[in-house]
Design a protein around this ligand. Structure first.
Ligand SMILES: [Cu+2]
Length: 612
């Protein structure tokens, strides 16, 4: 990945917030002090959380919890006990988590307004395709319904009612037709003993409306606790939960036709190669070309807007660490399509060390479940949309001001602009002992459901391709595709109710090569199961962590003599297994949720174990 550090001049909005933060004053009628109290007049509360804010925490171990989705024009919020600040839910391994989701959405049209209204309810035309390539069927875009549901991202629980069945469970809004037949649904999740403890999260998963509902505010964190959290607490390690959200997707549903003129790696025709395309190849000659998206999507940290470009520290979240002490930071990328590339740096941009202890809710461990050492690193940490990273962070040395930054990310020529941004300022307070507490790592080996994955025999290999095409006749809409590449396959955007695309028996193990045939980064996510990445673009990965989301590099042009044909897709090889406890219909999709909403999703059916 090419990384470019870009500094941009401050934008007007960033400066505006900066002024507010530094004066602490109320400037005008639409700027008010933060109050998350949900009222009839202000269902989602008022004001913007101040820098350094943390969401309320709810201990839900064996307790009943109600999340009511309320709406205030173009905002949606999860309210609990009258508080419209989506709570961080804490739950213990091996316990029950009972959540009643209540839908009080009153204006589904506002959801359309966020991501562009649906205009087609039937597929029109054909996507042009060169002969010899997989056929492509265009998508449809429906009006938003205001239905919502709850996905517990990363949980190893069955995709079956009353647990994580995003395809079968929904709740109706307060207005309009009754499609789900219920305004509320009570989820009964059982957090298995053999799930991993760490950071998970919740968000809606009604296909077609995921991005809009997330941008409008529907995201929250779940911390699953167990022996490792106990050990850290006993060692006096404090923790923070940091949630990066995105509040707007500037090009959602509005890909400019005028921008799609630039030459791009994945737009060359197969005449550009002396070699015939492989069978079941993806036609890149008619794909989405490079864009000229000039906007920068706004993101926030724990609700506080993140400035673009230079900003005063007072505009940033300010987190303090007792001198000489270490904190655990659990960081969630809940952005709809922004990738993060995180570092802790000094004022001058010099990286400071951190320890990565977990990714995607799983402590870094070998195939047998033995925790790996977590050496200090200066390397920046890539976190795709929906990914989580948990780091141990020492207080900066006395007198040194540190920043949590996300570096600029090259998302490909059809992707979004992601400049470097400072997310938070970190200072040490008080006087502490030299050095730090011993690493509070529990040596207890967890009985993780996915232990032994690497040692298992691979029963089958599949190639899964990602593609995107401008919709014929509709100049500003793009359809997104994910398909198993095999003879006779047809590229078709996912539609609710579509049959499963792949069926497997529980207990089997597979390797998937996920290919990106497009000009932008994607983020592959699969529900229920964690996987390990074996190789990226053919390069083996050492000590791969258990993940539930992985970035798939964009395609590149090869050359006339390449035996691969003119385009080489980005490729990530993963290994995954399907435990019997998770049998059912498991969605997999791009977690740039605009892409998912517009078709880049499919369903894997895990059938009960084959009996001899
Ligand atoms: Cu994508």
């Amino acid at each position: 990945m090419v990384r470019v550090n870009i500094r941009r001049p401050p934008n007007i909005r960033g400066v505006f917030f900066l002024c507010l933060a530094s004066t602490g004053m109320v400037l005008g009628a639409d700027v008010v002090a933060f109050d998350p109290h949900s009222t009839t007049a202000a269902p989602c509360g008022v004001g913007i959380p101040p820098p350094g804010h943390s969401a309320p925490e709810v201990s839900a171990t064996n307790e009943a919890l109600t999340l009511t989705v309320r709406q205030d024009r173009n905002r949606l919020c999860y309210t609990t006990d009258g508080n419209a600040d989506a709570p961080t839910i804490r739950v213990r391994l091996g316990s029950d988590l009972n959540i009643t989701l209540r839908n009080e959405i009153v204006g589904p049209d506002a959801i359309d307004a966020v991501t562009g209204p649906g205009r087609l309810t039937v597929a029109t035309g054909r996507v042009p395709a060169s002969p010899g390539f997989l056929a492509v069927i265009p998508g449809m875009k429906h009006h938003a319904t205001g239905m919502t549901n709850l996905h517990v991202h990363g949980f190893a629980v069955p995709p079956v009612k009353p647990q994580d069945d995003v395809l079968g469970i929904c709740t109706d809004p307060a207005v309009g037709p009754r499609r789900c037949g219920q305004r509320a649904f009570t989820y009964h999740f059982h957090v298995p003993d053999d799930m991993t403890e760490g950071l998970y999260w919740y968000h809606p998963h009604v296909h077609g409306e995921v991005q809009a509902q997330m941008l409008m505010g529907l995201t929250g964190a779940i911390v699953v606790e167990g022996p490792q959290s106990d050990a850290r607490r006993a060692a006096g390690i404090d923790e923070r939960v940091l949630i990066v959200r995105q509040t707007q997707d500037i090009d959602a549903g509005r890909t400019q036709a005028a921008a799609m003129t630039a030459a791009s790696p994945a737009s060359v025709t197969h005449e550009a190669s002396r070699h015939a395309p492989p069978p079941t190849a993806i036609d890149t000659a008619h794909e989405l070309l490079c864009g000229s998206n000039s906007g920068i999507d706004p993101i926030s940290l724990n609700g506080t807007p993140v400035p673009v470009g230079e900003a005063e520290d007072s505009a940033l979240a300010n987190f303090e660490i007792q001198a000489g002490k270490t904190q655990l930071w659990r960081i969630l990328n809940a952005a709809t399509d922004a990738f993060l590339d995180l570092s802790i740096v000094t004022e001058n941009g010099k990286p400071l060390p951190l320890e990565v202890v977990a990714r995607d809710g799983s402590a870094l461990a070998d195939d047998a479940g033995t925790l790996l050492p977590t050496p200090e690193t200066l390397t920046s940490q890539f976190v795709p949309p929906s990914g989580r990273i948990e780091i141990l962070l020492k207080a900066p040395p006395p007198g040194v001001k540190a920043y949590l930054v996300t570096h600029a990310v090259d998302t490909g020529c059809a992707g979004d602009r992601l400049p470097e941004r400072r997310l938070a300022v970190i200072t040490s307070i008080g006087e502490g002992p030299e050095g730090r507490a011993e690493p509070p790592v529990s040596q207890a080996r967890g009985s993780n459901l996915f232990n032994g994955l690497m040692a298992r025999h691979t029963d089958k290999e599949r190639v899964i391709a990602m593609a995107e095409y401008p919709r014929p006749g509709i100049t500003d809409q793009v359809d997104f595709y994910i398909v198993e590449r095999k003879p006779g396959a047809v590229l078709k955007p996912y539609e609710m109710g579509a049959p499963p695309n792949i069926s497997v028996h529980a207990g089997t193990t597979e390797e998937w090569v996920i290919e990106n045939w497009t000009n932008e980064l994607h983020a592959f996510h699969i529900h229920q199961v964690h996987f390990r990445v074996l190789a990226i673009d053919g390069k083996p990965v050492a000590d791969p962590p258990l993940l539930d989301v992985v970035s798939i590099p964009y395609a590149e042009a090869t050359g006339y003599h390449s035996t691969e044909g003119p385009v080489r897709p980005g490729r990530v090889r993963i290994k995954l297994t399907f435990p019997e406890s998770l049998a059912g219909d498991i969605p997999f999709h791009c977690h740039l949720v605009d892409h998912e909403d517009n078709g880049m999703m499919a369903v894997l059916r895990v059938l009960p174990k084959a009996r001899p």
